[in-house]
Design a protein around this ligand. Structure first.
Ligand SMILES: [Zn+2]
Length: 93
């Protein structure tokens, strides 16, 4: 089989919202967080991609659609998510 394709290769940073929606891709370019206990950086690559760090203190989920986070304590997690940049300035929150 071919290696798993990530949505980032399909829609790189800067892809317009209309094109992303066509591919069923949301607003999060990189759904990523770091566990400050074990140092793992974990990435959720699609909506139902639930990923845990190796010490299991932190998990990410939701892919490009939701920054879902699970953690034992908020000071164990470093948020590293990167949103898609909109080419229209008024869309930036
Ligand atoms: Zn960990």
């Amino acid at each position: 089989m071919t290696e798993q394709r990530t949505y980032q290769s399909l829609c790189p940073q800067g892809t317009s919202e209309a094109v992303r929606r066509k591919h069923n891709i949301g607003d999060i370019f990189l759904n990523q967080a770091k566990c400050l206990l074990c140092g793992d950086v974990i990435t959720s690559n699609h909506r139902h991609d639930f990923v845990r760090c190796s010490c299991k203190s932190v998990a990410v989920d939701g892919g490009s659609w939701m920054n879902r986070r699970l953690f034992n304590s908020a000071d164990m997690i470093e948020e590293m998510a990167v949103p898609y940049e909109q080419d229209v300035a008024s869309d930036i929150e």
